[in-house]
Design a protein around this ligand. Structure first.
Ligand code: COA
Length: 185
């Protein structure tokens, strides 16, 4: 199937961020503005299905039977809504998507008609974990949330992942309780 290649959000938004204003501590000279050679951060593209995007997500949770057709349908809906900043890490040598994190933006009437941001679906492929890419993706989404007029940015995570998010100086909200109805798995 030949696919028209487009991005889920305008990559200029990433270019406009000041990548030096990161929150996490980095080592070995790595930072959002200085990735190891052969790795690029960019918006998710319509042809990333063939770059192993769904396999990557399966390291996070159940993906289900995800055809290219379904991927494109969902991609187009998310792109048209202009509320989903799916940001990926591309590995040049394998031509695979090896990391991803999403900023989902919800417009509000409160807080001066600002927006609320949520971080969703943070994952780095096991072969590329431990190289500071998780921190890089999160750092960029935090900058993007500020850029898109979010007054607040939050995420749900299990206890195991908390130390990772604390690296980004995110605060655990003690008196907050998460309520949920799950319709299917
Ligand atoms: C969590 C995850 C995204 C981290 O990605 P990563 O690229 O390996 O993380 P980094 O290399 O940027 O590590 C950042 C820091 O967090 C720590 N860290 C990483 N993963 C961690 C985890 N699962 N639990 C606790 N600490 C973790 C690292 O030790 C590192 O500390 P340092 O900066 O002092 O060295 C990755 O392990 C992953 O995809 N896990 C499976 C999916 C998942 O659980 N996603 C989160 C859902 S809420």
């Amino acid at each position: 199937m030949s696919i028209e290649v487009n991005q889920i959000f305008d990559s200029n938004l990433l270019d406009q961020l000041d990548w030096t204003k990161h929150r996490a501590q980095y080592r070995d000279g790595i930072s959002p503005s200085n990735l190891p050679p052969g790795y690029t951060i960019r918006p998710l593209q319509s042809d990333d299905y063939s770059r192993g995007y769904c396999e990557l997500l399966s390291n996070l949770t159940k993906v289900g039977d995800f055809t290219q057709e379904l991927f494109l349908k969902q991609f187009n809906q998310m792109r048209d809504s202009k509320l989903h900043y799916v940001t990926i890490l591309h590995h040049q040598e394998s031509d695979k998507v090896v990391g991803s994190a999403t900023l989902a933006v919800e417009h509000k009437f409160i807080h001066g008609a600002a927006s609320r941001g949520r971080i969703e679906d943070v994952v780095v492929h096991p072969e590329h974990q431990g190289k500071q890419f998780g921190k890089v993706l999160l750092d960029l989404l935090i900058l993007l949330a500020e850029q898109t007029n979010c007054y607040k940015l939050s995420l749900d995570c299990n206890e195991k992942a908390m130390p990772f998010y604390k690296k980004l100086n995110m605060d655990f909200v003690e008196d907050h309780r998460f309520m949920c109805i799950k319709f299917f798995d």
